[in-house]
Design a protein around this ligand. Structure first.
Ligand SMILES: [Zn+2]
Ligand SMILES: [Zn+2]
Length: 342
């Protein structure tokens, strides 16, 4: 229990550090795989070229072409004459919530996220490359088509309800995003011959390399990944230092407690030792009259005065076992002191 706060903080820090470091490594390997990627010209010879490869595929390549729907395109709900191949609706709730300390702060929560997509291709000249599994892409660049914010009514009832629950809704944000037809996109992934052998398909790599579908040219993509890599690098460093600091603080506290405990034990041992020595000096042995012997053990001399009743009736050894009532008058013992009978 002593270290609960530090242990929880260290646990959270370790998880965050793990996540940040994992992202750093991922970005690093993504940048590396993009550096080694093969650029492919989409032209009439490409189909024959892929067919001649072992496994009839090219492992990790870049293709760039215009987005072309392979069935009837999706119509935008909010913009006229806008058609696309991937559509995403997001509904976000904006709230203010009360914290334990009594202040309120704003936050948002995604309450709905819906994707629609149809088969599409990247087209260059007369050649189409079908894109498979687009929604699994690591970056899937979507264009915002509409972004509407509807404030909530804010009735008196809401106000009262919010006071008790600690949550006040502020409004809803509804966003429509699309991959529009005709935009130029860069796809990075595995290029393979489709099942019917007559066309080409870009799909996620089987080697676990990241699959990208982005409107950015590859140099911009590299720069973006590089800056994200740096962010995660610094985040890892900060979280790492924080974790070491926390662990150091815990170790320091543990050491201090251990040293204090040892000191206390040592002091108790010394007290016990001096008490024994004093008693040995004070005990003249067999010569003591009966009236001066402890009434409990009848062996040691009477050595302790019980307060507030003032009875001197027991020895120090017996006094350790008698804590509540005086054995003579049954008065409550509030304190005890050594007594010197001469
Ligand atoms: Zn005794
Ligand atoms: Zn008494």
């Amino acid at each position: 229990m002593d270290y609960l706060f530090e242990a929880v903080a260290l646990g959270i820090d370790a998880i965050a550090f793990g996540a940040a470091y994992h992202m750093f490594q991922f970005k690093k390997s993504a940048i590396k795989s993009i550096e080694n990627v093969q650029y492919i010209d989409i032209d009439g010879k490409l189909l024959d070229h892929v067919s001649s490869q072992p496994g009839k595929k090219l492992d990790y390549v870049v293709v760039r072409g215009k987005v072309k729907a392979l069935s009837s395109p999706i119509r935008s709900q909010n913009a006229v004459n806008t058609f696309g191949v991937v559509q995403k609706f997001t509904t976000k709730e904006h709230l203010v919530t009360r914290h334990n300390f009594g202040f309120w702060s704003e936050r948002e929560r995604i309450i709905q996220e819906v994707y629609n997509s149809i088969p599409f291709a990247l087209q260059n000249g007369n050649v189409d490359i079908e894109v498979a599994d687009a929604l699994s892409a690591y970056y899937l660049d979507l264009e915002t088509i509409s972004d509407v914010y509807e404030p909530s009514s804010g009735s008196f009832f809401d106000f009262i309800w919010g006071f008790f629950t600690g949550v006040r809704p502020q409004g809803l944000q509804k966003t429509e995003e699309m991959v529009r037809e005709g935009v130029l996109m860069t796809g990075i992934g595995e290029l393979a011959l489709s099942e019917d052998q007559g066309s080409l398909r870009l799909q996620p790599s089987q080697d676990g390399l990241p699959f990208f579908l982005t409107s950015m040219p590859i140099s911009t993509l590299s720069k973006k990944l590089e800056s994200e890599k740096q962010t995660f690098k610094y985040l890892s460093i900060i979280l790492g230092i924080l974790g070491l600091g926390l662990a150091g603080m815990m170790a320091h506290r543990y050491c201090r407690q251990w040293i204090n405990k040892r000191k206390e034990e040592e002091q108790a041992r010394r007290r016990e030792q001096t008490r024994k020595e004093r008693r040995q000096r004070a005990r003249p042995g067999e010569e003591l009259p009966d009236s001066q012997l402890c009434i409990v053990c009848r062996e040691n001399p009477k050595e302790v005065v019980l307060l507030p009743c003032g009875h001197v009736c027991i020895c120090e050894d017996c006094s350790e076992d008698i804590s509540d009532l005086c054995p003579v008058c049954r008065a409550e013992i509030l304190s005890r002191n050594p007594a010197y009978i001469s």
